[in-house]
Design a protein around this ligand. Sequence first.
Ligand SMILES: [Zn+2]
Length: 409
Amino acid sequence: MTAPTCRFCGAALTRTFVDLGATPLANAYRDPADTREEPLYPLHVRVCDYCLLVQVEAAVPAEAIFSDYAYFSSYARSWVEHARRYAMVAKDRLNLGSDSLVIEVASNDGYLLRHFVEMGVPVLGIEPAANVAAVAEQSGVPTRIAFFGRALGEALAAEGKRADLTAANNVLAHVPDLNDFVGGFAAVLKPTGVATFEFPHLLRLIEGVQFDTIYHEHFSYFSLHTVERVLAAQRLRVFDVEELPTHGGSLRLWVCHAGASRDEAPSLANISAAEHAAGIDRIAGYAGFSGRVATVRDGLRAFLARACAAGERVAAYGAAAKGNTLLNVCGIDAADILWVADANPHKQGHLLPGSRIPVVSPERLRQDRPDWVLILPWNLRREIATDHAYVHDWGGRFVVAVPTVAVVA
Ligand SMILES: [Zn+2]
């Protein structure tokens, strides 16, 4: 068997970052009547010795992942607010108006672009999932059903649809052909255009042992150090970077053409220095992660064993992809956790992939009164614990498992 190669620089990948074993696709929610064996795919994360890109092999075609995508961004309230603020900041910073064009790649149900529409700025969404794109069209967001890359970027430019601003939130990690994808932005941006990219920051993943954010649909995990090289290969340049609290700690890059006259913000040097201090701008900084994952796994299993021994009942909240990695890597199933409550009606009535834990309506919290509620999307723990504070009425408590088992106060 030949070693896989780096999706950015093409070097052979010989170094393991963490091997999480074989698990089902994290978004493959199951029909309870379906008794067929679930396909398992290796979740072996490697780091490139040369460019330091942390990556998972694309074991599954993108079409299998995205064609019937269960995630509708508008169901996460804090994410909708995040999008609204972004739209206001970007409009002011770039002086966007009725003669501008904002293109969002992986525009989902139009949760972000609708804010530009309300401000009178023309938009175009690019979204591969037809069912999700249809929802966007209904809410007044023109959407093209397509995968983005260099060919589409060039085609849009040829149609006169060149962008003053492109947005790509939490999509860079999902792209199998990274160079082709990033090349699309270079093609579709006006000479003065700006691209923004948001993605979970690898520095936070490593510091916070956020291994549950690793799943098959996330092919790449970026430091500023490495993403700057990926962009430079397409003659793009980062001129500003912000740290965001989303997804456990993300970066938002502000990117222009390499030759554009935009000054570099001081934040670039600050974040580069933080990455250097953590050692992730060199290969030695990637050692030891596997052992830290094992410690988190042992901690969660010990917590469940204690609860079981004490006769306490444990439920979960949030049927998020990251919960599925956590449960499957830790070997947890419906014998350990009663059910997982989720507000998204598209997930209710299904089983979580692998663990086969049933997804139910949040109403079940009041009916079953569990002693513990394990919040799987720990990045939303405040929002979830506040919305369901009535759990405390019967002495129930919220808990998270990453980076260590902790009660949510
Ligand atoms: Zn590489």
